[in-house]
Design a protein around this ligand. Structure first.
Ligand code: GLP
Length: 264
């Protein structure tokens, strides 16, 4: 696990976009796992800028979104379909046939979830999974108590998540009570995970996730077991981290170490 602390949301977003861009430059047909919510908005904005200014090429990239509310039509302004088009896809040269987002109205949920997992496998798995963290410690919509080995499936949302997401829907009653989400196990299969956290309201939960015990009560904590995890947090979100100084010390020495060793 590597932890980078940036001074604010803008710098966090720039750094995250640089990591994703590097992945695409190295492997133009990369498979990206994408997230929604407020946190990755700045990252998408930066990537759009890189496409427009530097010609960062998305034409061979495939994407799989983490989750979608249920039931919700893709035309609903709060659906993750709508979000992805509005905030990212319509601004870049991605092939729409290569963008997979969970169907929020599917009837045969089990068959759909099996299909989603199969499609991920068919393209060789996710190279880089972008993640935010929910206030209850969830990744995707893997609420507290989710099996740490779970696969894509339908979940009943936690009361705290419904309350939290009311900011997008206007009122609590309008927030869907269910969601279809990649499982914790699906996320852990990604070759590389990039977890972003911004703002003081994420500082406690980020600390639990990366420095606390691994528990299904904070599903993000399983990321401590991931073989290649990068956490990028801003100052506010890193406020409660106990090992903050050590992470900063590592960052300084990592650059120096690069001059001494040969990288693959
Ligand atoms: C939702 C999404 C998560 C996201 C979380 C945090 O619950 N399902 O993938 O990480 O919200 O959202 P925000 O980035 O707005 O804090």
């Amino acid at each position: 696990m590597r932890v980078i602390i940036e001074k604010n949301y803008e710098f966090m977003s720039k750094r995250a976009a640089e990591v994703i861009a590097e992945q695409i430059r190295e492997k133009p047909d990369s498979v990206l796992g994408l997230a929604t919510g407020f946190t990755p908005l700045g990252t998408y904005k930066e990537l759009i800028g890189m496409y427009k200014k530097e010609g960062l090429d998305f034409s061979r990239v495939t994407t799989f979104n983490l989750d979608e509310y249920y039931p919700i039509p893709s035309t609903h302004p709060q659906s993750y379909h709508y979000y992805m088009q509005k905030e990212f896809f319509k601004h870049i040269n991605i092939n729409p046939d290569h963008t997979y987002i969970i169907d929020g109205l599917v009837k045969d949920v089990k068959a759909f979830c099996r299909w989603y997992e199969e499609e991920i496998k068919k393209v060789g798995g996710i190279d880089l999974q972008l993640l935010g963290i929910g206030r209850d410690g969830h990744i995707g919509f893997n609420e507290p108590g989710s099996s740490l080995g779970s696969r894509t499936r339908i979940k009943i949302l936690d009361a705290a998540t419904i309350k939290d997401n009311a900011r997008f829907f206007g009122k609590k009653e309008d927030v869907p009570k269910y969601a279809i989400t990649m499982g914790v196990g699906t996320i852990m299969d990604a070759k590389y995970c990039l977890l972003l956290a911004s703002g003081s309201d994420k500082s406690k939960v980020l600390t639990k996730a990366i420095e606390g015990p691994i528990t299904a009560q904070v599903t993000a904590s399983i990321l401590q077991m991931h073989k290649d995890l990068l956490v990028i947090a801003d100052e506010k979100a890193s406020r409660d981290l106990k090992n903050k100084e050590y992470y900063q010390h590592i960052e300084k020495l990592t650059e120096e170490l690069k001059t001494l060793t040969i990288e693959e």
